[in-house]
Design a protein. Structure first.
Length: 230
């Protein structure tokens, strides 16, 4: 009976892992679709992103329920407990990434009603970096790879740098011609959504380090201030 129970427990843990990977794959697809809708001025594709996000929301609820069942019924060991609590944190970030993709898609639909601005290459670069960060954070989670997780945290500064350059570029477009203001402002919102992808990827990476090492690396400056002598 104990062997049977242990096997069922292992299956439940694997099912939780699989659901997280499925969710990660879906939000990656949403990001790619929303950017393609923007670049190709495809409003029908943009509308599909919002439809796809319903499945992301459904999976978030399923994962939350699975985590709670494991915590209440299984009394997991320390390593499994870290995995389950990590899953509870990661699922929030993944769901919010999906929301950001929907926001980009909605902006794309609005922009498609007006003539396009001149190409802004840094916007595409920002999207690619954001997708790369999300994918790397998920890979780190799948493989329990602390080094890859640490690389995600380090690389967030590059994404921030591209965002600030893009901000200045779009601001210059607004100053160049007042007729650009509304469209450039929409692109600024899209840029901010893409920059936030990096923040959520960083959150996932930090939780991977906690899952593997049991070390909380979030908010190092706040912890340093708290531990400093008064």
């Amino acid at each position: 009976m104990k062997a049977h129970t242990d096997k069922t427990y292992d299956v439940q843990l694997q099912d939780l892992r699989d659901k997280l990977l499925t969710l990660g794959g879906k939000v990656e697809a949403e990001i790619a679709a929303s950017m393609r809708a923007l670049n190709e001025r495809d409003s029908a594709l943009a509308e599909q992103v919002a439809v796809q996000d319903r499945e992301v929301n459904r999976l978030e609820v399923e994962i939350d329920e699975a985590c709670r069942r494991l915590l209440v019924l299984r009394q997991p060991a320390a390593s499994d407990l870290r995995f389950i609590t990590t899953a509870l944190k990661i699922v929030v970030d993944l769901e919010r990434i999906g929301d950001l993709a929907v926001n980009v898609a909605e902006r794309a639909i609005d922009l498609n009603q007006s003539p396009p601005l001149k190409p802004v290459p840094d916007l595409t670069r920002l999207a690619e970096l954001g997708q790369k960060q999300v994918r790397a954070a998920l890979d780190a989670f799948v493989n329990g790879d602390v080094e890859k997780a640490e690389a995600v945290i380090r690389d967030d500064s590059l994404l921030d740098s591209v965002y600030h350059n893009l901000f200045n570029e779009l601001l210059a477009l607004m100053m160049e011609d007042p007729r650009n203001i509304r469209r450039a402002n929409s692109l600024l919102f899209i840029a901010k959504h893409l920059e936030r992808l990096g923040d959520h990827a960083t959150n996932v990476a930090e939780m991977v380090i906690y899952m593997v090492r049991g070390t909380d690396v979030r908010h190092p400056k706040s912890r340093a201030a708290k531990s400093a002598p008064t």
